[in-house]
Write a protein that binds this ligand. Sequence first.
Ligand SMILES: C[S@@+](CC[C@H](N)C(=O)[O-])C[C@H]1O[C@@H](n2cnc3c(N)ncnc32)[C@H](O)[C@@H]1O
Length: 336
Amino acid sequence: MVLYAKARKEEAEKVRDRIIKSNAMNPDYPVLSDGPYVFFPLKQRIDGLNIVEKEAEKKERKPKNLRDALRGVIPDDKLDKVTRSFDSVGDIAIIEIPDELQEYEEEIGKAILYIHPHFKTVVKKAGKHEGIFRTMPVKVIAGEDKTETVYVESGVKMKVKVDKTYFSPRLSAERLRIANQVKEGETIAGFFAGVGPFPLVIAKRKQCKIYAIELNPVAYELMVENIRMNQLKGEIIPLFGDVREIAQSIPKCDRVLMPLPKGGEDFLDVALRTCKRGAIVHFYQFAPDNDLYSDAIEKIKKAAMKLGRKVSILNKKVVRHHAPHIEQIVIDFIVE
Ligand SMILES: C[S@@+](CC[C@H](N)C(=O)[O-])C[C@H]1O[C@@H](n2cnc3c(N)ncnc32)[C@H](O)[C@@H]1O
């Protein structure tokens, strides 16, 4: 038997609003009507409403999307605040919930699990990427209470802790772009390696040697595990510590990866010193969409001039959207 609120048709709209405001609508059962009455399915009793128990069949129809699944669960005028997209890292969904929907976070999480049953956990972003490790606080809002998962990209398996390590699935195309450029036999410096996605995707495809440097101990340990977990054509040498110190002890390289868009410019001198003649550097930055490249190119030229190195820009492009009017860009340059 299911709890229903019974209302005359002329007062149905008012009763429905009251149920939604009390967060008591039961989305698993249909709204029914019988003669002059409408019956709203309830999760719990609400004082002052005419409550009855009725036989009812669970809804069969699978909602088309998250908004559809939440119709009747959160107020209609807030439905358009529900995001249309979220990040998917292995079996964890990562969602941004605006302030006005915070009180419905559990319902939103459960709706995601219902529509996408391959997820085991839904977390909400509970802050921005911050600190030197660029980690983001998250809160589990539905499903298993965990933040660790295994993510698969370009045939590579990677263990990730979404709260303790930086990781973005939105860089997958960029990682492939670089991997496709690498020539067999290259020596590569993988600065700011995180759990190893750039080095792993490259080494999966190309016979090469990659020195992968990471400062976050949790990310470093996961990178070591991830290297063991995959069959790679190339060799990855994981190195724990600060790029500024560690890069001094590695050989000169054919290519340097600099995936640290916030603050990476402070390491351009290290990258230039790590380059063989003719080496290529991939330099990432955040940039305003009305002037994407001038600032980054200026920083590269300044750093090169200081060290007396000549550089030429090979390619520049937007890698992904970051925030309103801010893009993540990459500049590929060659060091003569
Ligand atoms: C934006 S994340 C990128 C991680 C990884 N490349 C990826 O794409 O998922 C930057 C990484 O650089 C690391 N990091 C920051 N400063 C560093 C430094 N001075 N030396 C080594 N690693 C550093 C952070 O811990 C973080 O894992």
